[in-house]
Design a binder for this molecule. Structure first.
Ligand SMILES: [Zn+2]
Length: 169
C-alpha cells in the first residue's frame, strides 16, 4: 500500500466505522502492518493509506516480529488521565517533519480486535501517545495542527516543500 503524504485531502476526512470484522478487514490490517514496517513507522491509520475506515495499527518497535503489535478496529478513548505529557512526534504522512505535541499520559481505549471481540487497553507512555496520534487520524486531525505556534513557524517551510512536491508529481 502507498502512504499518502500531506497535503493529500483524504488525510483531513473523517473515517467511517467498520460494521463487521470480516476477512477483508483482517487482510486490510495485515497490509497496513506490512506498509508500516516497510516505512519503519510505529503507527498507521486507515486514511493514511487512502482507506477511510476506522482502523489503526501500532507497534512501538517499528519492526516485524518484534515488540507488541496492535490492530484496533473502531477504537474509542473511553477514559483518560488529566495529566499531559509533551513529546516530539513525527508522522509517515509528513516525512522529515517533527515537533512537540501535548497528549494525555494515560488512556483507556475500547476497540474491536481482528477476531471481532471487544477489547479494552490501558496505555501509558509512548503507547498512549501513539494511540492518540492514530485515533486523531480517524477524525482527520493531523499532529501539525497541535503544535505550539513557535513550532508551526519552524515547520512552515517544510510543509511548503511537501506541497510543492505534491504539485510537481
Ligand atoms: Zn500520523
Amino acid at each position: 500500500m502507498q502512504v499518502l503524504l500531506y497535503p493529500n485531502k483524504l488525510l483531513l476526512q473523517e473515517a467511517q466505522e467498520i460494521g463487521e470484522v470480516d476477512e477483508a478487514v483482517r487482510q486490510l490490517g495485515r497490509e497496513m502492518l506490512d506498509t508500516m514496517y516497510a516505512h519503519h513507522g510505529v503507527g498507521l491509520a486507515g486514511p493514511q493509506v487512502g482507506v477511510l475506515k476506522r482502523i489503526v495499527v501500532v507497534n512501538l518497535s517499528g519492526e516485524k516480529d518484534s515488540g507488541e503489535e496492535f490492530v484496533l478496529v473502531n477504537p474509542v478513548i473511553v477514559k483518560r488521565s488529566d495529566e499531559l505529557v509533551t513529546r516530539s512526534e513525527g508522522c509517515l504522512s509528513f516525512p522529515g517533519i517533527n515537533g512537540p505535541v501535548s497528549r494525555w499520559s494515560r488512556i483507556w481505549v475500547s476497540s474491536l480486535n481482528l477476531d471481532g471481540e471487544e477489547v479494552q487497553i490501558e496505555a501509558t507512555g509512548l503507547l498512549s501517545i501513539a494511540f492518540q496520534h492514530e485515533i486523531d487520524h480517524l477524525n482527520g486531525i493531523l499532529f501539525v495542527s497541535k503544535l505550539p505556534p513557535a513550532s508551526k513557524t519552524v515547520i512552515k517551510s517544510d510543509l511548503n516543500r511537501l506541497k510543492e512536491k505534491a504539485l510537481s508529481r
